[in-house]
Design a protein around this ligand. Structure first.
Ligand code: AP5
Ligand code: MG
Length: 220
Protein backbone atom coordinates (compact mmCIF):
# COMPACT_ATOMS: atom_id res chain seq x y z
CA UNK A 1 0.00 0.00 0.00
CA UNK A 2 1.22 3.53 -0.78
CA UNK A 3 1.92 5.27 2.52
CA UNK A 4 0.01 8.54 3.07
CA UNK A 5 1.66 11.75 4.31
CA UNK A 6 0.96 14.84 6.36
CA UNK A 7 2.87 17.70 4.74
CA UNK A 8 3.06 21.48 4.84
CA UNK A 9 4.48 23.23 1.78
CA UNK A 10 5.64 26.78 2.51
CA UNK A 11 7.03 29.20 -0.03
CA UNK A 12 6.64 32.64 -1.56
CA UNK A 13 3.65 33.35 -3.77
CA UNK A 14 4.56 31.95 -7.19
CA UNK A 15 7.18 29.54 -5.82
CA UNK A 16 5.26 26.65 -7.40
CA UNK A 17 3.36 25.36 -4.37
CA UNK A 18 0.14 24.74 -6.29
CA UNK A 19 2.00 23.21 -9.26
CA UNK A 20 3.90 20.78 -7.06
CA UNK A 21 1.10 20.00 -4.60
CA UNK A 22 -1.07 18.64 -7.43
CA UNK A 23 1.73 16.17 -8.25
CA UNK A 24 2.50 15.36 -4.60
CA UNK A 25 -1.17 14.71 -3.95
CA UNK A 26 -1.22 12.07 -6.73
CA UNK A 27 2.11 10.61 -5.59
CA UNK A 28 1.13 10.14 -1.94
CA UNK A 29 -2.61 9.67 -2.69
CA UNK A 30 -3.68 12.33 -0.20
CA UNK A 31 -5.88 15.43 -0.63
CA UNK A 32 -4.27 18.69 -1.73
CA UNK A 33 -5.70 21.28 0.66
CA UNK A 34 -5.10 24.75 -0.76
CA UNK A 35 -6.66 27.50 1.31
CA UNK A 36 -6.39 29.85 -1.69
CA UNK A 37 -8.35 27.39 -3.89
CA UNK A 38 -10.94 26.92 -1.11
CA UNK A 39 -11.42 30.68 -0.79
CA UNK A 40 -11.68 31.17 -4.58
CA UNK A 41 -14.30 28.38 -4.71
CA UNK A 42 -16.24 30.14 -1.93
CA UNK A 43 -16.12 33.41 -3.91
CA UNK A 44 -17.39 31.67 -7.08
CA UNK A 45 -20.20 29.97 -5.15
CA UNK A 46 -21.18 33.22 -3.40
CA UNK A 47 -21.11 31.73 0.12
CA UNK A 48 -20.92 34.04 3.14
CA UNK A 49 -17.19 33.19 3.44
CA UNK A 50 -16.69 34.07 -0.23
CA UNK A 51 -18.56 37.38 0.11
CA UNK A 52 -16.49 38.34 3.15
CA UNK A 53 -13.16 37.27 1.58
CA UNK A 54 -13.41 38.56 -2.01
CA UNK A 55 -12.14 42.12 -1.54
CA UNK A 56 -9.39 40.94 0.81
CA UNK A 57 -8.11 38.33 -1.66
CA UNK A 58 -8.27 40.64 -4.69
CA UNK A 59 -6.20 43.26 -2.86
CA UNK A 60 -3.62 40.62 -1.90
CA UNK A 61 -4.21 40.96 1.85
CA UNK A 62 -4.72 38.09 4.31
CA UNK A 63 -8.04 36.71 5.51
CA UNK A 64 -8.25 36.67 9.35
CA UNK A 65 -6.62 33.85 11.30
CA UNK A 66 -9.83 32.83 13.09
CA UNK A 67 -11.70 32.31 9.83
CA UNK A 68 -8.82 30.41 8.19
CA UNK A 69 -8.19 28.15 11.19
CA UNK A 70 -11.90 27.22 11.26
CA UNK A 71 -11.91 26.41 7.52
CA UNK A 72 -8.80 24.23 7.79
CA UNK A 73 -9.86 22.47 10.98
CA UNK A 74 -13.13 21.45 9.37
CA UNK A 75 -11.31 20.13 6.27
CA UNK A 76 -8.70 18.16 8.26
CA UNK A 77 -11.50 16.52 10.18
CA UNK A 78 -12.87 14.83 7.06
CA UNK A 79 -12.29 11.09 6.61
CA UNK A 80 -9.73 11.27 3.77
CA UNK A 81 -7.45 13.64 5.69
CA UNK A 82 -7.86 11.76 8.97
CA UNK A 83 -6.96 8.41 7.46
CA UNK A 84 -4.43 9.08 4.66
CA UNK A 85 -3.15 12.56 5.52
CA UNK A 86 -2.98 15.76 3.42
CA UNK A 87 -0.78 18.34 1.79
CA UNK A 88 -1.36 21.86 3.08
CA UNK A 89 -0.69 24.61 0.49
CA UNK A 90 -1.04 28.22 1.68
CA UNK A 91 -1.67 27.34 5.31
CA UNK A 92 -0.30 28.20 7.80
CA UNK A 93 0.86 31.64 6.74
CA UNK A 94 1.12 33.39 10.10
CA UNK A 95 2.71 32.22 13.35
CA UNK A 96 -0.77 32.33 14.93
CA UNK A 97 -2.08 29.89 12.28
CA UNK A 98 0.95 27.60 12.84
CA UNK A 99 0.32 27.52 16.60
CA UNK A 100 -3.34 26.66 16.04
CA UNK A 101 -2.32 23.94 13.57
CA UNK A 102 0.02 22.41 16.16
CA UNK A 103 -2.97 22.20 18.53
CA UNK A 104 -5.24 20.71 15.84
CA UNK A 105 -2.69 18.08 14.72
CA UNK A 106 -1.56 17.16 18.26
CA UNK A 107 -2.32 13.43 18.00
CA UNK A 108 -1.26 13.10 14.36
CA UNK A 109 1.68 15.44 13.89
CA UNK A 110 2.99 16.70 10.56
CA UNK A 111 5.61 14.45 8.84
CA UNK A 112 7.49 17.26 7.11
CA UNK A 113 7.43 21.02 6.59
CA UNK A 114 9.06 22.04 3.33
CA UNK A 115 10.04 25.55 2.30
CA UNK A 116 10.02 25.72 -1.49
CA UNK A 117 12.62 28.42 -1.98
CA UNK A 118 12.48 30.74 -5.02
CA UNK A 119 13.84 34.31 -4.96
CA UNK A 120 11.47 37.29 -5.14
CA UNK A 121 12.53 38.58 -8.56
CA UNK A 122 11.83 35.19 -10.15
CA UNK A 123 8.40 34.74 -8.52
CA UNK A 124 7.36 38.19 -9.77
CA UNK A 125 8.14 37.03 -13.34
CA UNK A 126 6.24 33.76 -12.83
CA UNK A 127 3.15 35.44 -11.36
CA UNK A 128 3.01 38.10 -14.06
CA UNK A 129 2.85 35.37 -16.73
CA UNK A 130 0.55 32.99 -14.85
CA UNK A 131 -2.95 32.27 -16.14
CA UNK A 132 -5.31 29.90 -14.36
CA UNK A 133 -8.31 27.81 -15.35
CA UNK A 134 -11.33 29.31 -13.61
CA UNK A 135 -12.91 25.88 -13.11
CA UNK A 136 -10.16 23.34 -12.30
CA UNK A 137 -7.30 25.66 -11.32
CA UNK A 138 -4.74 24.26 -13.80
CA UNK A 139 -1.85 26.72 -14.31
CA UNK A 140 -0.71 28.03 -17.68
CA UNK A 141 2.06 30.42 -18.68
CA UNK A 142 1.00 33.26 -21.00
CA UNK A 143 3.36 33.84 -23.91
CA UNK A 144 1.22 36.57 -25.49
CA UNK A 145 0.10 34.65 -28.61
CA UNK A 146 -2.78 32.61 -27.19
CA UNK A 147 -5.97 32.25 -29.19
CA UNK A 148 -8.97 33.90 -27.45
CA UNK A 149 -11.07 32.68 -25.74
CA UNK A 150 -8.34 30.53 -24.18
CA UNK A 151 -9.82 27.18 -23.10
CA UNK A 152 -8.39 24.77 -20.53
CA UNK A 153 -7.09 21.56 -22.11
CA UNK A 154 -7.89 19.61 -18.92
CA UNK A 155 -11.55 20.56 -18.34
CA UNK A 156 -12.63 23.00 -21.06
CA UNK A 157 -12.99 25.90 -18.59
CA UNK A 158 -12.02 29.54 -19.27
CA UNK A 159 -8.40 30.45 -18.65
CA UNK A 160 -8.15 33.76 -16.85
CA UNK A 161 -5.73 36.16 -15.20
CA UNK A 162 -6.13 35.82 -11.42
CA UNK A 163 -7.54 39.05 -9.94
CA UNK A 164 -4.63 39.17 -7.44
CA UNK A 165 -1.93 38.73 -10.11
CA UNK A 166 -1.81 42.50 -10.85
CA UNK A 167 1.51 44.30 -10.14
CA UNK A 168 0.07 46.10 -7.04
CA UNK A 169 -1.48 42.97 -5.52
CA UNK A 170 1.63 40.88 -6.27
CA UNK A 171 3.78 43.40 -4.39
CA UNK A 172 1.34 43.54 -1.45
CA UNK A 173 1.32 39.72 -1.26
CA UNK A 174 5.10 39.44 -1.37
CA UNK A 175 5.53 42.17 1.28
CA UNK A 176 3.04 40.32 3.50
CA UNK A 177 4.98 37.11 2.94
CA UNK A 178 8.15 38.75 4.31
CA UNK A 179 6.29 40.23 7.31
CA UNK A 180 3.85 37.49 8.27
CA UNK A 181 4.87 34.19 6.66
CA UNK A 182 8.69 34.15 6.58
CA UNK A 183 8.78 33.96 10.45
CA UNK A 184 7.42 30.42 9.98
CA UNK A 185 10.84 29.39 8.63
CA UNK A 186 12.24 30.09 12.09
CA UNK A 187 9.15 28.69 13.86
CA UNK A 188 9.53 25.28 12.21
CA UNK A 189 13.32 25.47 11.91
CA UNK A 190 13.96 25.83 15.62
CA UNK A 191 12.00 22.65 16.37
CA UNK A 192 13.91 20.73 13.65
CA UNK A 193 10.85 20.26 11.44
CA UNK A 194 11.91 22.30 8.39
CA UNK A 195 13.55 21.21 5.12
CA UNK A 196 14.45 23.82 2.50
CA UNK A 197 14.10 22.69 -1.13
CA UNK A 198 15.47 24.78 -4.00
CA UNK A 199 12.50 25.57 -6.27
CA UNK A 200 14.56 27.01 -9.14
CA UNK A 201 14.57 24.19 -11.71
CA UNK A 202 12.08 22.55 -14.05
CA UNK A 203 8.83 21.32 -12.46
CA UNK A 204 10.02 17.68 -12.90
CA UNK A 205 13.33 18.39 -11.17
CA UNK A 206 11.63 20.24 -8.31
CA UNK A 207 9.18 17.35 -7.87
CA UNK A 208 12.07 14.85 -7.58
CA UNK A 209 13.71 17.09 -4.94
CA UNK A 210 10.46 17.33 -2.98
CA UNK A 211 9.76 13.59 -2.87
CA UNK A 212 13.39 12.94 -1.85
CA UNK A 213 13.04 15.54 0.94
CA UNK A 214 9.83 13.95 2.24
CA UNK A 215 11.41 10.49 2.30
CA UNK A 216 14.52 11.85 4.05
CA UNK A 217 12.45 13.54 6.76
CA UNK A 218 10.44 10.37 7.31
CA UNK A 219 13.68 8.42 7.86
CA UNK A 220 15.12 10.95 10.33
P1 AP5 B 1 -3.05 31.40 -2.66
O1 AP5 B 1 -3.95 30.88 -3.68
O2 AP5 B 1 -2.44 30.47 -1.68
O3 AP5 B 1 -1.97 32.26 -3.40
P2 AP5 B 1 -0.49 32.62 -3.10
O4 AP5 B 1 -0.02 32.37 -1.72
O5 AP5 B 1 -0.39 34.02 -3.57
O6 AP5 B 1 0.36 31.61 -3.91
P3 AP5 B 1 0.22 31.35 -5.42
O7 AP5 B 1 -0.93 30.45 -5.69
O8 AP5 B 1 0.24 32.68 -6.12
O9 AP5 B 1 1.61 30.65 -5.76
P4 AP5 B 1 2.03 29.14 -5.89
O10 AP5 B 1 3.25 28.94 -5.04
O11 AP5 B 1 0.88 28.20 -5.71
O12 AP5 B 1 2.55 29.10 -7.40
P5 AP5 B 1 2.04 28.29 -8.68
O13 AP5 B 1 2.24 26.82 -8.53
O14 AP5 B 1 0.70 28.80 -9.10
O15 AP5 B 1 -3.80 32.52 -1.78
C1 AP5 B 1 -4.57 33.54 -2.41
C2 AP5 B 1 -5.11 34.50 -1.37
O16 AP5 B 1 -6.03 33.80 -0.48
C3 AP5 B 1 -4.09 35.12 -0.40
O17 AP5 B 1 -3.44 36.25 -0.97
C4 AP5 B 1 -4.99 35.49 0.79
O18 AP5 B 1 -5.74 36.63 0.53
C5 AP5 B 1 -5.92 34.31 0.85
N1 AP5 B 1 -5.42 33.23 1.72
C6 AP5 B 1 -5.10 31.96 1.33
N2 AP5 B 1 -4.64 31.24 2.37
C7 AP5 B 1 -4.69 32.07 3.46
C8 AP5 B 1 -4.33 31.92 4.82
N3 AP5 B 1 -3.82 30.76 5.27
N4 AP5 B 1 -4.48 32.97 5.64
C9 AP5 B 1 -4.98 34.13 5.20
N5 AP5 B 1 -5.34 34.36 3.92
C10 AP5 B 1 -5.20 33.34 3.06
O19 AP5 B 1 3.13 28.77 -9.76
C11 AP5 B 1 3.19 30.12 -10.20
C12 AP5 B 1 3.53 30.17 -11.69
O20 AP5 B 1 4.83 29.66 -11.90
C13 AP5 B 1 2.60 29.32 -12.58
O21 AP5 B 1 2.35 30.01 -13.77
C14 AP5 B 1 3.40 28.05 -12.83
O22 AP5 B 1 3.07 27.45 -14.07
C15 AP5 B 1 4.82 28.58 -12.82
N6 AP5 B 1 5.77 27.59 -12.31
C16 AP5 B 1 5.58 26.72 -11.28
N7 AP5 B 1 6.69 25.96 -11.09
C17 AP5 B 1 7.60 26.40 -12.00
C18 AP5 B 1 8.94 26.02 -12.29
N8 AP5 B 1 9.58 25.03 -11.62
N9 AP5 B 1 9.59 26.67 -13.28
C19 AP5 B 1 8.96 27.65 -13.99
N10 AP5 B 1 7.69 28.05 -13.77
C20 AP5 B 1 7.01 27.44 -12.79
MG1 MG C 1 -1.19 28.45 -5.42
Amino acid sequence: MIPGARLIILGRQGAGKGTQCVRLSRHFVVPHISTGDMLRAAVREGTSLGKAAKAVIDAGRLVGDDIMVGVVQERLDRADARTRGYILDGFPRTVGQAQSLDDITGERPIDAVIDLDVPRDLVVQRLSARRVCRDCGTNYVAKGAERQPWICEVCGGDIQHRADDTPDAINTRLDLYEEQTSPLIEYYGETGRLTVVDGVATPDQVFARLTAAVEASRRS
